[in-house]
Design a protein around this ligand. Structure first.
Ligand code: SF4
Ligand code: SF4
Length: 411
């Protein structure tokens, strides 16, 4: 069954030096017979970029995307929310400010704008205008949404504007989803939104290698036993499975204090998902990357823009909250203080983009750097919680990675 995957040859990425080398050299490629029939999983349009694209953009000092917060208001109150959004938060960015940030990203080469809310973007009063504007500028509007506000009309609107959508699916069990989302009845409403997206055609992309619909789920102790089921549910419907790991930041620190998974547990289910993908969907991928089946090289080509205009490398890499990065009590890497171009060119963000040259522990000089730099957001959160300065925390070894030490074999 090839529903969720594509042929590497058909996509033409074998021609790329970086990708071809990774495919040949990885221990996953020759671990079983029949490896030649496996293909790389599809990307989610506007959200993930292939490693060769990411490095090419970085080397050209170009952005591929920004993550744009639009409003902290939300119609859910998820227990793991890094932004601590909820119904009591009332911050909303003015439309003109958002358009200016979109324009600045466009000037730096962005091909997509990931409208990530910070809260729930579909309830921003000018949400449709913003999506329309991104589309008219020739970029892919990529929308993170919990799905509650998505009805047939909105699903059709998004489809017609070339958007891709990442919805939410933390559990296939209503009681668990309701608990994690912090609201009774959340599961039913999430599934209704998903059904509207499927009916609009989001599961039938023109290019099977570039999906238009994803489902995000945060893995923790509560849903650990159904991760494979959620993964299969997604692959069978041409939905990009976006499995995140509970990060000790934001509301999760208080609301889900004992729910984090240990490194060994994370790796165990990643290897399980890789087996599932190989056996049922003919997909192959490096099992050590932070996002299973897709990896994350965001630090190379993307910037995260908070509601207030603070720039981070990614959502949990909260540079703006670190006292060591403040000047006279203010975080200077803010679009109200500097242009996006100035921030992008600063020594701090140049360091972020070239973090592969500074990594420590087993990430330093790793043979997989062409497609993996570990989870920098997780390393940063753990490092800062342990009192490390920002640059040191950012380059720390990825504690989620189970790559075997030299001379041993893959577990
Ligand atoms: S050691 Fe670091 S860079 Fe290498 S595969 Fe693991 S997480 Fe990725
Ligand atoms: S580096 Fe880690 S935390 Fe940051 S976006 Fe990538 S996977 Fe998420």
């Amino acid at each position: 069954m090839m529903d969720g995957c594509r042929s590497v040859e058909a996509e033409g990425v074998v021609a790329s030096g970086r990708v071809a080398m990774v495919t040949q050299s990885s221990d996953r490629a020759d671990a079983r017979s029949g490896a030649a029939a496996w293909a790389r999983p599809p990307v989610l349009a506007g959200y993930t970029y292939a490693p060769d694209e990411a490095y090419r953009a970085r080397d050209a000092d170009r952005l591929l995307a920004i993550r744009l917060e639009t409003n902290r208001t939300c119609n859910l109150r998820c227990r793991y929310c890094y932004a601590e959004s909820g119904v009591d938060a009332d911050a909303v960015a003015p439309y003109e400010v958002l358009v200016d940030r979109v324009d600045q990203a466009y000037e730096l080469g962005a091909a997509s704008i990931v409208v990530i809310g910070g809260g729930e973007p579909t309830i921003h009063p000018r949400f449709r205008d913003l999506i329309d504007y991104i589309h008219r500028r020739g970029m892919v509007p990529m929308v993170f949404s919990n799905g509650l506000a998505i009805d047939a009309d909105l699903a059709g609107f998004l489809f017609d504007r070339g958007a891709s959508v990442m919805t939410k699916l933390d559990s296939l069990r209503p009681d668990r989803q309701d608990y994690l989302a912090g609201m009774a009845g959340a599961y039913d409403r999430i599934r209704r939104g998903l059904d509207h997206l499927l009916s609009a055609g989001f599961d039938r992309p023109d290019d099977p290698g570039r999906l238009r619909l994803g489902a995000s789920f945060v893995s923790c102790r509560l849903n650990r036993d159904e991760i494979a089921d959620i993964w299969r549910f997604c692959r069978q419907r041409r939905i990009f499975p976006n499995m995140e790991v509970l990060t000790p930041t934001g509301r999760a620190k208080e609301s889900l204090p004992d729910q984090g998974l240990e490194t060994g547990e994370i790796q165990q289910y990643k290897f399980g998902l890789l087996d599932l993908d190989r056996e049922e969907f003919a997909c192959d991928w490096l099992p050590y990357t932070p996002l299973a089946g897709s990896g994350c090289l965001q630090h190379l080509y993307s910037l995260y823009v908070t509601l207030e205009g603070n720039i981070r490398p990614c959502a949990p890499t909260k540079f703006d909250e670190h006292p060591a990065l403040q000047v006279n009590g203010t975080y200077p890497y803010n679009t109200n203080v500097m242009t996006l171009r100035e921030i992008h060119a600063s020594s701090l963000f140049r360091y972020v983009r070239h973090i592969d040259a500074h990594l420590e522990g087993k990430c330093g000089g790793c043979e997989h750097l062409d497609e993996c730099i570990g989870c920098r957001g997780y390393a940063y959160a753990v490092g800062v919680n342990a009192g490390k300065p920002p640059r040191v925390a950012l380059r720390g070894e990825c504690l989620q990675c189970a790559k075997p030490a030299a001379g041993t074999t893959t577990p």
